[in-house]
Design a protein around this ligand. Structure first.
Ligand SMILES: Cc1ncc(COP(=O)(O)O)c(C=O)c1O
Length: 404
């Protein structure tokens, strides 16, 4: 692996400083491996933050995208884009839902979902519709989506926030029942099936089923943000499918285009006709290149059995981490599903990011104390074992340093 030399950040005087970056500049990738501009090699446990479904430089995705770029990158939504219908039909087949709106990012998909919920309310004569959202949630950084987000750090400095949200804790049916009993303006419930940025916190199957039931009883929309946990990451196409329920609205992005920006809002019959022409739109959404990326990503996932791979390699990765970290003081919990795993530690561990990179492993830390792994879904069992072999000693050493 990489030598433990000191790295210096490349100068970036003109890029706005919205990120605390590591001193690493990546140059190219192949499969689950990345190389930086100095020629150092990294195992990708991050997948561009749950984006690079097919890893890097995929031998079937790249030529398909090259062909599409040469043919048509962008046309505009003034005209029909046949690839939109192709991807929409596939997403409907996989989800059991009926219609799709395309955009380019996760926050845009969520923004559209929030607009659908509000208009759904207005269409019933509810003038000030409210949407139930969750503690520790993350839905994006536009003003509306950061208002829906349950993280004061994301909101700080950007008030006044958008109104119309009621916040509850995850996996607490009584809290949702009490909102239902006291608030006649609620029109929708909006949650991540597995909270990603909030620390890899799964909604339980029982909770998801209860939310579906309450939404049905009340006539609310169930809106599941699958931007991070969807697209095969948990071993099913969509994480809510483990609970055997159907949402009314499902925002997607991240893994859908394997690195090409694609966002989508997939809707069932109760939400699909809420928007009329002129109610919503975006210049880039549904462009031929993005649509081709989505179509080819799903095609390759099906051909190569990547749902099964996410389930089995994810289980092996988790088992390896559980085995190596068993009984280690300061490891609070290992949780998640498939290739979306979090290791909660007893103390803030942001510095593990740099240490892991130094050791040749890409990962992330969310909610201050949770090491998160969201690698490409092509990860092999051998690569999973290599992640364990690098990460477990790093965590043990880090925790041991904190001992008195
Ligand atoms: C669950 C969830 N929703 C929405 C977003 C926002 O997506 P984007 O960064 O593409 O706007 C994210 C990003 O991390 C996310 O994890």
């Amino acid at each position: 692996m990489n030598a433990p030399e000191t790295r210096t950040a490349p100068p970036e005087p003109h890029v706005m400083k919205t990120y605390g970056r590591l001193p690493v500049a990546l140059s190219h990738g192949r499969g689950c491996w990345l190389w930086d501009t100095e020629g150092r090699k990294y195992l990708d446990g991050l997948g561009g933050i749950a984006v690079n479904t097919l890893g890097h430089g995929h031998t079937r995705l790249v030529p398909a995208l090259q062909e599409q770029i040469a043919k048509l990158i962008h046309s505009s939504n003034y005209y029909h884009v046949p690839l939109q219908e192709q991807l929409a039909a596939k997403l409907c087949e996989l989800s059991g839902l009926t219609n799709v709106f395309f955009c380019s990012t996760g926050l845009e998909a969520n923004e559209a979902a929030l607009k659908i919920a509000r208009k759904f309310g207005h269409d019933q004569g509810i003038e000030r519709p409210e949407i139930v959202v969750y503690e520790k949630s993350f839905h994006g950084r536009s003003i509306a989506t950061l208002s829906a987000t349950g993280n004061p750090k994301v909101q700080a400095g950007f008030g006044p926030l958008v109104e119309g949200f009621v916040r509850v804790p995850l996996n607490d049916v009584a809290a949702l029942d009490s909102v239902a009993a006291s608030n006649p303006n609620v029109v929708a419930v909006f949650l991540e099936v597995i909270q990603g940025e909030g620390g890899v916190n799964p909604a339980t199957v029982e909770y998801l089923q209860a939310v579906r039931r309450i939404c049905d009883e009340r006539g609310w929309l169930l809106m599941l943000d699958e931007v991070q946990c969807g697209m095969g990451r948990t071993g099913k196409w969509f994480a809510h499918q483990w609970a055997g329920i159907l949402p009314d609205v499902m925002p997607l992005a991240k893994g859908l285009g394997s690195g090409v920006p694609v966002g989508a809002v997939v809707c069932g019959p109760r939400a699909a006709n809420v928007f009329a022409p002129g109610n919503h739109g975006t210049t880039f959404g549904g462009n031929p290149l993005a649509m081709r990326a989505g179509v080819e990503t799903i095609r390759i996932m099906e051909e190569d059995g990547l749902l099964q791979n996410a389930a089995t390699v994810g289980a092996a990765l988790r088992a390896g981490l559980e085995r190596e970290l068993a009984g280690v003081d300061g490891v609070v919990e290992i949780r998640g599903q498939g290739l979306m795993l979090g290791i909660e530690l007893a103390r803030n561990c942001g510095e593990l990011l740099g240490r892991a990179a130094q050791a040749g492993l890409m990962l992330s830390v969310t909610a201050d104390r949770v090491v998160r792994l969201v690698p490409p879904l092509i990860l092999s069992a051998d690569e999973a074992a290599q992640i364990v072999a690098i990460l477990a000693p790093l965590i043990k050493t880090f925790l041991a340093e904190a001992q008195p």
